[in-house]
Design a protein around this ligand. Structure first.
Ligand SMILES: *Cc1c(COP(=O)(O)O)cnc(C)c1O
Ligand code: SF4
Length: 335
């Protein structure tokens, strides 16, 4: 038997899982019974943006299928070396909207914080794959700077914790931040943009729920699932627990060629989300970030997919198709 004192000293399970994420392309391919033919490209492209994927997410992939929709999101490919005009390192104008402390200001009433550069998973299409997190990272002592920025501007009604993934931070750090935020009266809502409940559902543990329940503002959590296969019963249970403590749960997806670019796939996703207590929010057109051009779905095809979705689903299960362009006052609806 393990003495209780040593159990108490153990890190939470999610932190162990995070640390054990697969980062070696050879290991990922072996876990999925995929041949060596993918290896050299994966190794090379992983130097552009490292491979990172939690084991519990890999367990939801089909073995032996190089086209598995979850695998496509994380497997580095030689297509990432293609340089395509209009695909840039900063496709949504983040650098121009960045304030000290990792605060991004684009839209009225909302301040978005780059709370950390770390993610549990590295999505190959990520619009922040080239973002200079080292310069912008709010976790390195700059939460104080961010809080000062928010306190000084009474037009800020909503604070959005983003990243990277803010839930890779410890409960203690998150609580210190929201305790300080609670003293700023003009902030009415806290929003959290996170992929962790989807890719590492163990993160939704007693400590996280206790922190969220302690936040003295309504909390909106926007998770990020792209395919129904991501939502197994463990993820569903985690999402239900969040709903159970009164969190408003929304989902954003990215429309990705070879992953979810059909009416049927997205309808299945909406149904799975609803069953887990989550409503679809945004379906993003791909941001034109260098190395991700092979995921692009044309506007005409995106609109046709949206038409299929509207035919199949009740209105509240149809996400809004949007695009982000530098300088716009909001994300722009496209269909
Ligand atoms: C996307 C985004 C938001 C949130 O936009 P909503 O349309 O309210 O979801 C806020 N700030 C920044 C910088 C963003 O990129
Ligand atoms: S979890 Fe979000 S921020 Fe992190 S790599 Fe994926 S898309 Fe990018």
């Amino acid at each position: 038997m393990i003495p209780e004192s040593s159990l108490l000293r153990q890190a939470p399970t999610w932190q162990a899982e995070l640390a054990l994420a697969i980062t070696d392309p050879a290991e990922l391919l072996a876990a999925l019974d995929l041949g060596e033919e993918w290896l050299s490209a994966a190794r090379a492209a992983a130097r552009l943006f490292p491979l990172r994927v939690p084991r519990s997410y890999v367990a939801r992939m089909r073995r032996g299928d190089p086209h598995d929709p979850l695998l496509r999101q994380v497997l580095p490919l030689d297509l990432e070396f293609e340089s395509v005009e209009s695909y840039t390192a900063d496709p949504v104008g983040d650098r121009a909207a960045l304030y000290p402390g990792g605060v991004l200001r684009k839209y009225r009433g909302r301040a978005l914080l780059i709370a950390t550069g770390a993610c549990a998973v590295h999505c190959r299409y990520c619009f922040r794959r080239h973002f200079p997190y080292g310069e912008a990272n709010a976790s390195v002592d700059s939460f104080a700077q961010a809080l000062a920025h928010i306190a000084a501007d009474a037009t800020i009604r909503e604070v959005i914790l983003s990243g990277g993934d803010p839930l890779t931070l410890s409960d203690r750090r998150l609580r210190a931040f929201t305790d300080a935020l609670a003293r700023i009266a003009h902030v009415r809502r806290l929003r959290i943009h996170t992929r962790l409940p989807i890719v590492l559902p163990a993160r939704v543990d007693a400590g996280l729920l206790a922190w969220l329940a302690s936040v003295r503002r309504p909390v909106v959590m926007v998770v990020h699932a792209n395919h129904a296969n991501e939502i197994d019963f463990v993820v569903e249970r985690a999402l239900r627990e969040l709903r159970g403590i009164g969190i408003t749960l929304l989902n954003q997806s990215v429309l990705l060629r070879g992953v979810n670019d059909s009416g049927r796939s997205l309808a299945d996703l909406s149904e799975a989300l609803f069953a887990a207590g989550v409503l679809p929010y945004y379906l993003h057109l791909l941001d034109r970030v260098q190395g991700a051009a092979h995921f692009e779905v044309s506007m005409a095809r995106a609109r046709a997919i949206m038409a299929r979705l509207r035919e199949r689903l009740p209105g509240y299960l149809v996400p809004r198709l949007v695009r982000e362009r530098p300088g716009d006052l909001a994300k722009q609806p496209c269909a």
